[in-house]
Design a protein around this ligand. Structure first.
Ligand code: FA5
Length: 343
């Protein structure tokens, strides 16, 4: 009998050793220790064993059963340990690998130029102002000495809205708004960066673009101050990379008026398609505030003089970064925009 039991234990040991997953092991355990298993059969034989041997028989069967249980218990533990080790290996984190940093955007070249120019002018004592993009005819034209039917209105082909307002065609209305703002004390120096709109379209003209308006009013603001301010601004932005020139021009709100051009980065002054053969790209209009504008906006024209300028932001960005088409700024072309870095 002992031999038979020993065989059962050895067989259980051999079979359990060959199992590699817990469900199969559980099924095998049930086969050995269940009601229809070999050990249960031994217990069933108990009634046929002579009474004097029954106790020893029962002890042997119980011992064999304990051994089989221990075999399955340790096989179960071994499989669990193996599974855990495999899981840990599978999910091992290599803390020496470089991490994934947060995805950050880059600064749009247009914004970079706004930031640079704002830094420059704030450093010169200018205060930053804002103004509405939907503007009245009064502020966009009338207050700037451009009455209805004045031919200068044709210089800025505008988007009119129902009711007579328009999308401002330049940032100059902020000049009039500031002059009429009685909370601002004279003398003052302000700039206003912002979007403007005109019906324009070619490589250096867009229907939406940016300008930085500047206005300096004091008792002795002069054309020489204006030229110095603009020359310093060009140096700050371009260093020796580009040449700038001033030439006479006309705006109804300044007298005298000038315009400034920067040498074309594409052809270096030789003349090409981008600069329309001139070798120069126009970047801003400026001049001494016309005394009529002072009168229209309630400033004492006998006491004060001023200079003003309107810088084309997109054109400055084109020149600074060598961009050949203004429309690239508005096309959401990420590979293009990512070239300009985070600051
Ligand atoms: C004006 O808009 C005047 N308000 C500027 C001014 C302000 C003059 C204060 C005197 C005193 P102008 O139309 O030239 O001027 O435009 C100024 C600049 O805006 C141009 O030199 C150019 O750099 C830019 N610009 C004009 N039209 C466009 C356009 N369609 N697309 C991109 N930039 C443009």
């Amino acid at each position: 009998m002992d031999n038979e039991l020993k065989q059962v234990v050895e067989q259980a040991q051999a079979e359990a050793a060959g199992v590699s997953d817990i469900p199969t092991l559980q099924a095998l355990r049930a086969k050995y220790l269940g009601k229809k298993g070999p050990l249960a059969a031994f217990f069933a034989r108990m009634k046929d064993v002579p009474a004097d041997q029954r106790r020893a028989f029962g002890q042997s069967v119980n011992e064999a059963r304990s051994q089989v249980e221990a075999i399955f218990q340790s096989a179960h533990e071994a499989l669990e340990a193996k599974a855990l080790a495999a899981k840990l290996e599978r999910e091992r984190v290599d803390i020496t690998l470089p991490g994934h940093g947060p995805v950050t955007g880059t600064v749009h070249p247009y914004t970079k130029v706004v930031n640079l120019l704002t830094d420059f002018f704030v450093g010169q004592g200018y205060v930053v102002k804002d103004g509405p993009e939907v503007e009245s005819d009064y502020f966009n034209f009338e207050c700037l000495n451009i009455p209805a039917d004045h031919p200068a209105r044709d210089m800025q082909d505008s988007f009119f809205l129902e009711g007579g307002n328009l999308l401002r065609s330049h940032t100059s209305p902020v000049q009039a708004r500031t002059m009429q703002d009685h909370t601002i004390e004279l003398p003052f120096k302000i700039i206003c960066p912002g979007k403007v709109y005109r019906r324009d379209n070619d490589a250096t003209h867009s229907h939406q673009f940016g300008q930085i308006e500047g206005l300096c009013i004091g008792e002795d603001a002069s054309l020489a101050n204006l030229e110095r301010t603009l020359t310093d601004m060009f140096k700050y932005l371009f260093g020796d990379k580009a040449e700038a020139r001033f030439r006479p021009s006309f705006f109804p709100f300044t007298e005298p008026s000038i315009e400034c051009d920067v040498s074309c980065f594409e052809c270096h002054g030789k003349g090409c398609g981008l600069c329309k053969g001139s070798g120069w790209i126009e970047v801003l209009g400026a001049g001494m505030v016309n005394p009529d504008v002072f009168r229209l906006n309630g400033i004492d024209a006998e006491k004060y003089q001023g200079f003003a300028f309107g810088i084309g932001i997109d054109r400055m960005a084109m020149l600074l970064y060598g961009i050949d088409d203004i429309h690239r700024f508005y096309q959401d072309d990420l590979p293009f925009l990512k070239q300009f870095g985070k600051r």
